[in-house]
Design a binder for this molecule. Structure first.
Ligand code: 6PG
Length: 244
């Protein structure tokens, strides 16, 4: 793993969420000041829920949400109202708790009626429209990792790891027997700031491999997140960091 990655250890998942929230506020304000808007890519799974719940209670004025665009780093191959949907998780933890006129603009990965491949193509078009003939720049990307060192839906030894010249790709995940839709390394590495939010002792073995093990993106996909012109920060709770 690139030695420039910063590692921050906090006592608890709540402290991790507090820390990332503070970082997010300044990163988003900086991006908005610099180019008038901020593209924020959200992580799925369960770990970031606490952060999203905190963002729901952020006092008004801390972030001009009208200038923030929400994207998702990946999505399960389910409709928006499905229990497994990352979009639904963010809405329930955060967006549904905000007054509709104060919510940031959000673009969900349009899984459900479309096939995974069609949803990936549609999201590719969304990102293309957002970047308006400029190179893709993602101001802030939130990610998690699985126990198997996957990130987003870039799972070990799956096809999406090799997806080139695309920002979004469908991905067959044999071990889950399901399709996923995921941002590719090309897209994730267009980030200015990446925060991996990792909590719980179950993640320690994967963290060791990613941060200290042999370089092998095929086996430890999170190693492939190395922004071309940005930085990576690993925000770990004590349980995940113990023994690192
Ligand atoms: C997903 C996520 C995935 C997640 C990790 C960690 O769709 O599941 O995008 O990459 O970040 O699997 O998930 P937990 O936070 O639930 O441990």
């Amino acid at each position: 793993m690139k030695s420039s990655a910063k590692i921050v250890v906090k006592a608890s998942p709540a402290d991790c969420a507090d820390y990332v929230q503070q970082q997010l506020i300044s990163d988003l304000q900086e991006a908005i000041a610099k180019h008038g808007r901020a593209l924020l890519v959200l992580a799925g799974g369960s770990t970031p829920k606490l952060l999203y719940e905190k963002l729901a209670t952020l006092p008004q004025g801390q972030v001009d949400w009208s200038k923030v665009v929400l994207l998702w780093g990946d999505e399960r191959n389910v409709p928006a109202d499905h229990a497994d949907s990352n979009y639904r998780m963010v809405c329930q933890a955060w967006l549904d708790k905000m007054p509709p006129d104060q919510r940031p603009k959000s673009y969900r990965i349009p899984t459900g009626d479309l096939s995974a491949a069609e949803a990936a193509q549609a999201y590719e078009r969304t990102l293309k429209e957002l970047r308006a003939d400029q190179p893709l720049k993602l101001d802030v990307v939130l990610l998690g990792i699985g126990d198997d060192a996957h990130t987003a839906s870039l799972f070990p030894e799956t096809q999406a790891l090799y997806c080139k010249d695309r920002a979004v790709c469908e991905n067959w995940v044999e071990k889950l027997n399901t399709w996923r839709v995921t941002l590719t390394f090309d897209a994730l590495n267009a980030a200015t700031k990446v925060y991996f939010l990792v909590c719980g002792q179950s993640k320690t073995p994967a963290l060791k491999q990613i941060l200290k093990g042999v370089a092998n993106v095929e086996l430890y996909p999170a190693q492939g997140v190395q922004p071309r012109e940005g930085s990576v920060e690993w925000v770990l709770d004590q349980a995940a960091a113990n023994g690192l």
